[in-house]
Design a protein around this ligand. Structure first.
Ligand SMILES: [Zn+2]
Length: 300
């Protein structure tokens, strides 16, 4: 996000500082945009307060929910880290920190006016922080799950959105035409945008808009994540809970592992009979697509 803004000539717009002593309940501040930590479990929110007369963003506010505990449970299930006499592998902390970085960038994106783009994963790995990525897990040489970082990428969608919303054109330039040219470039670059209303409903049919999926080839990623799940289930056992914890805690690590493939299954399933469409604006480059039905990807 910061890179996207800097590429528009907007420097030093986001800084991270320790909070004033009298506001220790805040983790950090973003210029005039405080980030507050909620004490209850639930969603994080990033909101922009706009001037109703001009639409200008005049303030941002993030309410931050702690995401570490559920992520740590997934890491415990995948890595089975509690081996006798061995230190806890650093991947545990890395996974939680990676998710925290992703969430921070995501919520700051909302304060800048960005919406979710649940089709961003179809553009490529890590095309946007405004999508919901699934934890990225790979198998090592011995076919054991070992890496739980999130996919990094070129953030192509985020840069395009910041370019559209924050570019300043020369006084003599026709702003409407310049913005339309940016939309045409997005189109030529294959950047898709589908948001909540079309991605969240259980009946959503868009073949590229999914939550918690990864990668542009949904069936291929489903096959990959199924292999990871199979390997993790094969070694699932007491090493997924700390010594001294009740054995019944195994339920809490088994469930996220057993359902590890559920979102990617949804993504792959929507390719069958999915309906490809895009948002259009009258009088701009964003015109409706002809209806097209997808039957499968690469014959799978
Ligand atoms: Zn969001």
């Amino acid at each position: 996000m910061g890179a996207g803004l800097r590429s528009r000539g907007i420097q030093e717009c986001i800084s991270r500082r320790s909070p004033p002593r009298r506001r220790r309940s805040y983790g950090y501040s973003l210029q005039h945009d405080p980030v507050g930590h909620r004490v209850t479990r639930g969603w994080s929110y990033g909101e922009a307060v706009t001037d109703p007369r001009t639409g200008e963003i005049i303030k941002g506010q993030v309410t931050w929910a702690v995401c570490a505990p559920p992520d740590y449970k997934i890491a415990e299930a995948l890595l089975a880290p509690y081996l006798d006499g061995k230190p806890i592998p650093p991947e545990m902390e890395q996974m939680v920190l990676a998710r925290t970085r992703q969430l921070a960038a995501h919520e700051v994106g909302h304060t800048l006016g960005l919406m979710h783009n649940f089709a961003a994963s179809s553009i490529g790995f890590g095309a946007s922080v405004m999508d919901y990525p699934h934890p990225w897990i790979t198998l090592d040489a011995s076919a054991s799950p070992h890496s739980t970082k999130l996919p990094s990428g070129n953030r192509a969608w985020d840069k395009a959105v910041i370019r559209y919303g924050y570019s300043e054109f020369a006084p003599e330039a026709d702003e409407a035409k310049s913005l339309d040219a940016l939309l045409r470039k997005n189109e030529a670059d294959g950047l898709r945008y589908i948001t909540d209303e079309d991605a969240r409903p259980i009946g959503g049919a868009h073949p590229y808009a999914h939550l918690w999926d990864n990668g542009p080839d949904a069936p291929a990623e489903l096959e990959r994540i199924l292999a990871v799940r199979k390997a993790a289930l094969a070694r699932f056992g007491a090493n997924t809970i700390r010594p001294g914890e009740p054995m019944v805690q195994l339920e809490e690590t088994l469930v996220p592992l057993y359902l590890l493939h559920r979102y990617q299954t949804e993504a792959a399933a929507k390719l069958i009979g999915g309906l490809d469409y895009r948002y259009a604006i009258r009088g701009t480059a964003r015109q409706p697509l002809p209806c097209s039905l997808r039957t499968s990807s690469a014959g799978r």
